[in-house]
Design a protein around this ligand. Structure first.
Ligand code: DGY
Length: 319
Protein backbone atom coordinates (compact mmCIF):
# COMPACT_ATOMS: atom_id res chain seq x y z
CA UNK A 1 0.00 0.00 0.00
CA UNK A 2 1.32 3.48 -0.88
CA UNK A 3 1.73 6.29 1.56
CA UNK A 4 -1.10 8.70 2.41
CA UNK A 5 -0.85 12.17 0.88
CA UNK A 6 -0.89 14.86 3.54
CA UNK A 7 -0.58 18.66 3.58
CA UNK A 8 0.89 20.53 6.55
CA UNK A 9 0.10 24.26 6.54
CA UNK A 10 3.18 24.98 8.64
CA UNK A 11 6.16 23.36 10.34
CA UNK A 12 5.54 21.07 13.26
CA UNK A 13 7.67 19.45 15.95
CA UNK A 14 10.20 16.84 14.75
CA UNK A 15 8.72 14.01 16.82
CA UNK A 16 5.26 14.62 15.32
CA UNK A 17 6.62 15.06 11.80
CA UNK A 18 8.62 11.82 12.02
CA UNK A 19 5.50 9.96 13.08
CA UNK A 20 3.54 11.43 10.16
CA UNK A 21 6.32 10.81 7.63
CA UNK A 22 6.46 7.09 8.50
CA UNK A 23 3.05 6.67 6.91
CA UNK A 24 2.61 9.71 4.71
CA UNK A 25 4.04 11.63 1.84
CA UNK A 26 3.99 15.19 3.13
CA UNK A 27 3.89 18.65 1.61
CA UNK A 28 4.89 21.23 4.23
CA UNK A 29 4.53 25.02 3.94
CA UNK A 30 7.79 26.27 5.45
CA UNK A 31 7.45 30.07 5.19
CA UNK A 32 6.62 32.26 8.19
CA UNK A 33 3.63 33.88 6.46
CA UNK A 34 0.46 31.77 6.05
CA UNK A 35 0.24 29.58 2.95
CA UNK A 36 -1.52 31.46 0.11
CA UNK A 37 -5.08 30.19 -0.26
CA UNK A 38 -4.79 29.33 -3.97
CA UNK A 39 -1.67 27.27 -3.36
CA UNK A 40 -3.28 25.46 -0.43
CA UNK A 41 -6.29 24.53 -2.58
CA UNK A 42 -3.93 23.33 -5.30
CA UNK A 43 -1.94 21.20 -2.84
CA UNK A 44 -5.16 19.71 -1.45
CA UNK A 45 -6.36 18.34 -4.80
CA UNK A 46 -4.98 14.89 -4.02
CA UNK A 47 -4.55 15.18 -0.25
CA UNK A 48 -6.11 12.65 2.10
CA UNK A 49 -5.11 14.48 5.26
CA UNK A 50 -4.77 18.11 6.29
CA UNK A 51 -2.62 19.06 9.29
CA UNK A 52 -3.50 22.67 10.06
CA UNK A 53 -1.35 24.96 12.11
CA UNK A 54 -4.35 27.21 12.72
CA UNK A 55 -3.84 30.04 10.27
CA UNK A 56 -6.02 28.72 7.45
CA UNK A 57 -9.77 28.76 7.04
CA UNK A 58 -11.22 25.28 6.62
CA UNK A 59 -14.61 25.77 4.97
CA UNK A 60 -16.87 24.33 2.29
CA UNK A 61 -14.71 25.83 -0.48
CA UNK A 62 -11.57 24.17 0.88
CA UNK A 63 -13.32 20.85 1.39
CA UNK A 64 -14.65 20.97 -2.17
CA UNK A 65 -11.09 21.46 -3.41
CA UNK A 66 -10.00 18.32 -1.56
CA UNK A 67 -12.17 15.45 -2.80
CA UNK A 68 -9.94 12.74 -1.25
CA UNK A 69 -9.80 14.36 2.20
CA UNK A 70 -10.39 11.94 5.09
CA UNK A 71 -9.38 14.03 8.10
CA UNK A 72 -8.43 17.50 9.33
CA UNK A 73 -6.21 17.77 12.42
CA UNK A 74 -5.11 20.96 14.12
CA UNK A 75 -2.66 21.49 16.99
CA UNK A 76 -4.91 23.74 19.06
CA UNK A 77 -7.90 23.45 21.34
CA UNK A 78 -9.69 26.39 19.67
CA UNK A 79 -11.16 25.79 16.22
CA UNK A 80 -12.90 29.01 15.26
CA UNK A 81 -11.15 28.84 11.87
CA UNK A 82 -12.84 25.52 11.10
CA UNK A 83 -16.36 25.21 9.72
CA UNK A 84 -17.35 22.16 11.75
CA UNK A 85 -20.75 21.81 10.07
CA UNK A 86 -19.12 21.77 6.64
CA UNK A 87 -16.66 19.07 7.79
CA UNK A 88 -19.48 16.98 9.26
CA UNK A 89 -21.57 17.33 6.13
CA UNK A 90 -18.62 16.02 4.10
CA UNK A 91 -18.05 13.21 6.61
CA UNK A 92 -14.59 14.58 7.47
CA UNK A 93 -13.66 14.24 11.14
CA UNK A 94 -11.91 17.20 12.73
CA UNK A 95 -9.48 16.62 15.61
CA UNK A 96 -8.19 19.24 18.04
CA UNK A 97 -5.91 19.03 21.11
CA UNK A 98 -7.89 19.55 24.32
CA UNK A 99 -6.50 18.64 27.73
CA UNK A 100 -2.80 18.68 26.96
CA UNK A 101 -2.54 22.49 27.06
CA UNK A 102 -4.68 23.20 30.11
CA UNK A 103 -1.97 23.77 32.72
CA UNK A 104 0.38 25.75 30.48
CA UNK A 105 -2.42 28.04 29.34
CA UNK A 106 -3.63 28.50 32.91
CA UNK A 107 -0.05 29.39 33.94
CA UNK A 108 0.22 32.06 31.25
CA UNK A 109 -3.24 33.45 32.02
CA UNK A 110 -2.44 33.72 35.69
CA UNK A 111 0.99 35.15 34.89
CA UNK A 112 -0.75 37.93 32.96
CA UNK A 113 -2.92 38.66 35.97
CA UNK A 114 0.08 38.76 38.31
CA UNK A 115 2.24 40.75 35.90
CA UNK A 116 -0.52 43.31 35.39
CA UNK A 117 -1.42 43.58 39.08
CA UNK A 118 2.21 43.99 40.10
CA UNK A 119 3.36 45.98 37.07
CA UNK A 120 6.17 43.52 36.34
CA UNK A 121 7.05 44.83 32.90
CA UNK A 122 7.01 48.49 34.02
CA UNK A 123 9.38 47.50 36.82
CA UNK A 124 11.72 45.80 34.37
CA UNK A 125 11.56 48.82 32.00
CA UNK A 126 12.44 51.05 34.95
CA UNK A 127 15.49 48.97 35.83
CA UNK A 128 16.65 48.39 32.26
CA UNK A 129 16.41 52.05 31.35
CA UNK A 130 18.80 52.86 34.21
CA UNK A 131 16.19 54.85 36.16
CA UNK A 132 16.41 52.78 39.37
CA UNK A 133 18.39 55.22 41.44
CA UNK A 134 16.19 55.38 44.53
CA UNK A 135 12.73 54.24 45.64
CA UNK A 136 11.09 57.03 43.68
CA UNK A 137 9.49 56.33 40.34
CA UNK A 138 9.02 52.63 41.00
CA UNK A 139 5.74 51.24 39.67
CA UNK A 140 3.10 50.39 42.28
CA UNK A 141 0.57 47.62 41.79
CA UNK A 142 -2.47 46.28 43.62
CA UNK A 143 -3.11 43.38 46.02
CA UNK A 144 -4.66 40.12 44.91
CA UNK A 145 -5.42 38.77 48.37
CA UNK A 146 -9.07 39.20 49.33
CA UNK A 147 -10.09 40.59 45.93
CA UNK A 148 -12.65 39.08 43.56
CA UNK A 149 -11.70 37.32 40.36
CA UNK A 150 -14.43 36.88 37.73
CA UNK A 151 -13.85 34.14 35.18
CA UNK A 152 -15.94 34.24 32.02
CA UNK A 153 -15.75 30.76 30.51
CA UNK A 154 -15.14 28.25 33.30
CA UNK A 155 -14.00 25.26 31.27
CA UNK A 156 -10.93 23.15 32.01
CA UNK A 157 -8.54 26.11 31.67
CA UNK A 158 -10.83 28.33 33.76
CA UNK A 159 -10.84 25.71 36.53
CA UNK A 160 -7.04 25.46 36.41
CA UNK A 161 -6.83 29.26 36.71
CA UNK A 162 -9.31 29.16 39.61
CA UNK A 163 -7.06 26.71 41.49
CA UNK A 164 -4.10 29.09 41.11
CA UNK A 165 -6.25 32.06 42.14
CA UNK A 166 -7.52 30.28 45.24
CA UNK A 167 -3.93 29.79 46.39
CA UNK A 168 -3.44 33.57 46.18
CA UNK A 169 -6.48 34.29 48.36
CA UNK A 170 -8.79 35.51 45.61
CA UNK A 171 -12.54 34.99 45.85
CA UNK A 172 -13.85 33.47 42.65
CA UNK A 173 -17.03 34.15 40.74
CA UNK A 174 -17.67 32.83 37.26
CA UNK A 175 -20.07 32.98 34.38
CA UNK A 176 -20.81 30.20 31.91
CA UNK A 177 -23.78 29.36 29.72
CA UNK A 178 -24.82 27.12 32.61
CA UNK A 179 -23.73 26.51 36.18
CA UNK A 180 -21.09 23.83 36.76
CA UNK A 181 -22.00 20.88 38.96
CA UNK A 182 -18.63 21.01 40.73
CA UNK A 183 -18.51 24.70 41.61
CA UNK A 184 -18.73 24.00 45.34
CA UNK A 185 -15.60 21.92 45.02
CA UNK A 186 -13.97 24.72 43.05
CA UNK A 187 -15.08 27.20 45.69
CA UNK A 188 -16.38 29.40 42.90
CA UNK A 189 -19.76 31.18 42.83
CA UNK A 190 -21.88 31.19 39.68
CA UNK A 191 -23.22 34.63 38.77
CA UNK A 192 -24.93 36.34 35.85
CA UNK A 193 -22.74 38.10 33.28
CA UNK A 194 -23.65 41.61 34.41
CA UNK A 195 -23.16 40.74 38.09
CA UNK A 196 -19.70 39.47 37.27
CA UNK A 197 -18.84 42.70 35.44
CA UNK A 198 -20.06 44.78 38.40
CA UNK A 199 -18.42 42.72 41.16
CA UNK A 200 -15.06 41.58 39.84
CA UNK A 201 -11.75 43.31 40.55
CA UNK A 202 -10.05 41.10 37.96
CA UNK A 203 -11.87 39.69 34.95
CA UNK A 204 -10.40 36.77 33.01
CA UNK A 205 -11.91 35.79 29.67
CA UNK A 206 -11.54 32.19 28.50
CA UNK A 207 -14.57 31.63 26.27
CA UNK A 208 -14.16 30.07 22.82
CA UNK A 209 -14.90 32.35 19.87
CA UNK A 210 -18.41 31.76 18.51
CA UNK A 211 -21.27 33.81 17.10
CA UNK A 212 -22.44 34.27 20.70
CA UNK A 213 -19.11 35.41 22.12
CA UNK A 214 -17.88 37.62 19.25
CA UNK A 215 -17.78 41.20 20.54
CA UNK A 216 -19.04 40.14 23.99
CA UNK A 217 -16.77 42.71 25.60
CA UNK A 218 -17.75 46.02 24.03
CA UNK A 219 -18.61 49.54 25.21
CA UNK A 220 -21.55 48.33 27.31
CA UNK A 221 -19.58 45.63 29.11
CA UNK A 222 -16.64 47.92 29.91
CA UNK A 223 -19.09 50.55 31.26
CA UNK A 224 -20.37 47.99 33.77
CA UNK A 225 -16.91 47.20 35.18
CA UNK A 226 -15.28 48.89 38.16
CA UNK A 227 -12.97 51.76 37.25
CA UNK A 228 -10.32 49.78 39.16
CA UNK A 229 -10.94 46.61 37.15
CA UNK A 230 -8.18 44.60 35.49
CA UNK A 231 -9.24 42.90 32.28
CA UNK A 232 -7.39 39.80 31.02
CA UNK A 233 -8.16 38.08 27.72
CA UNK A 234 -6.52 34.73 27.00
CA UNK A 235 -9.20 33.32 24.69
CA UNK A 236 -9.57 34.84 21.22
CA UNK A 237 -9.11 38.47 20.15
CA UNK A 238 -12.52 39.01 18.51
CA UNK A 239 -14.32 38.25 21.79
CA UNK A 240 -13.34 41.84 22.59
CA UNK A 241 -14.22 44.93 20.58
CA UNK A 242 -10.75 46.43 20.29
CA UNK A 243 -11.94 50.02 19.75
CA UNK A 244 -14.15 49.82 22.83
CA UNK A 245 -11.27 48.43 24.89
CA UNK A 246 -8.98 51.19 23.67
CA UNK A 247 -11.51 53.85 24.71
CA UNK A 248 -12.16 52.20 28.09
CA UNK A 249 -8.42 52.15 28.84
CA UNK A 250 -7.74 55.62 27.47
CA UNK A 251 -10.61 57.14 29.47
CA UNK A 252 -9.59 55.16 32.59
CA UNK A 253 -13.04 53.58 32.60
CA UNK A 254 -11.14 50.44 33.61
CA UNK A 255 -7.66 50.34 35.14
CA UNK A 256 -5.66 47.94 33.04
CA UNK A 257 -5.76 45.24 30.38
CA UNK A 258 -3.49 42.26 29.84
CA UNK A 259 -4.04 40.39 26.60
CA UNK A 260 -2.56 37.25 25.11
CA UNK A 261 -4.81 37.56 22.07
CA UNK A 262 -5.78 40.57 19.98
CA UNK A 263 -8.00 41.61 17.12
CA UNK A 264 -6.37 42.04 14.69
CA UNK A 265 -3.78 39.37 15.34
CA UNK A 266 -0.88 39.82 15.07
CA UNK A 267 -1.27 43.41 16.19
CA UNK A 268 1.02 45.88 14.44
CA UNK A 269 3.62 47.92 16.32
CA UNK A 270 1.84 51.18 15.50
CA UNK A 271 -1.63 50.09 16.69
CA UNK A 272 -3.24 52.69 19.04
CA UNK A 273 -3.54 50.07 21.84
CA UNK A 274 0.25 49.99 22.05
CA UNK A 275 0.42 53.71 22.77
CA UNK A 276 -1.37 53.23 26.09
CA UNK A 277 0.48 52.91 29.38
CA UNK A 278 -2.13 50.70 31.06
CA UNK A 279 -1.82 47.62 28.89
CA UNK A 280 0.36 44.51 28.57
CA UNK A 281 0.22 42.28 25.50
CA UNK A 282 1.85 38.91 24.85
CA UNK A 283 1.87 37.32 21.35
CA UNK A 284 -0.68 34.48 21.78
CA UNK A 285 1.63 32.27 23.80
CA UNK A 286 -0.89 30.64 26.17
CA UNK A 287 0.20 27.12 25.24
CA UNK A 288 3.71 28.02 24.06
CA UNK A 289 5.97 25.89 26.22
CA UNK A 290 8.29 23.30 24.72
CA UNK A 291 6.56 20.42 26.48
CA UNK A 292 3.00 21.52 25.80
CA UNK A 293 3.44 22.41 22.13
CA UNK A 294 5.21 19.10 21.64
CA UNK A 295 2.27 17.27 23.22
CA UNK A 296 -0.18 19.24 21.08
CA UNK A 297 1.71 18.44 17.88
CA UNK A 298 1.82 14.75 18.76
CA UNK A 299 -1.88 14.58 19.61
CA UNK A 300 -2.66 16.35 16.33
CA UNK A 301 -0.45 13.81 14.51
CA UNK A 302 -2.30 10.96 16.25
CA UNK A 303 -5.63 12.48 15.18
CA UNK A 304 -4.38 12.77 11.61
CA UNK A 305 -3.10 9.20 11.42
CA UNK A 306 -6.26 7.76 12.99
CA UNK A 307 -8.42 9.67 10.48
CA UNK A 308 -6.29 8.46 7.56
CA UNK A 309 -6.80 4.90 8.82
CA UNK A 310 -10.54 5.63 9.12
CA UNK A 311 -10.31 4.99 12.86
CA UNK A 312 -11.80 6.97 15.74
CA UNK A 313 -9.72 10.10 16.41
CA UNK A 314 -8.25 10.33 19.95
CA UNK A 315 -9.77 13.84 20.21
CA UNK A 316 -12.55 14.48 17.74
CA UNK A 317 -14.86 17.50 17.71
CA UNK A 318 -17.54 16.35 15.29
CA UNK A 319 -18.24 12.63 15.72
C1 DGY B 1 -5.38 27.01 21.23
O1 DGY B 1 -4.96 25.86 21.37
O2 DGY B 1 -6.52 27.26 20.85
C2 DGY B 1 -4.42 28.09 21.54
O3 DGY B 1 -5.04 29.33 21.61
C3 DGY B 1 -3.33 28.12 20.49
O4 DGY B 1 -3.91 28.52 19.28
Amino acid sequence: MGKFKVVLTGQTWPSALEKIEEQCEVKVWKEANPIPRALLLEWLKEAEGLFSTGDVKVDAELLAAAPQLRVVAQASVGYDNIDIDACTERGVPFGNTPGVLVEATADLTFALLLAAARRIHEGWDHVRSGNWKSGSGIPFGVDLFGKTLGIVGMGDIGCAVARRAKACGLNIIYHNRSQRKDDELLQARYVGFDDLLHEADFIIVLVPLSNQSRGLFGTEAFAKMKSSAYFINASRGPVVNTDALYEALRNKQIAYAALDVTDPEPISGDHPLLSLSNILITPHVGSATFETRNRMANLAADNLLAGLDRKKLPACVNT
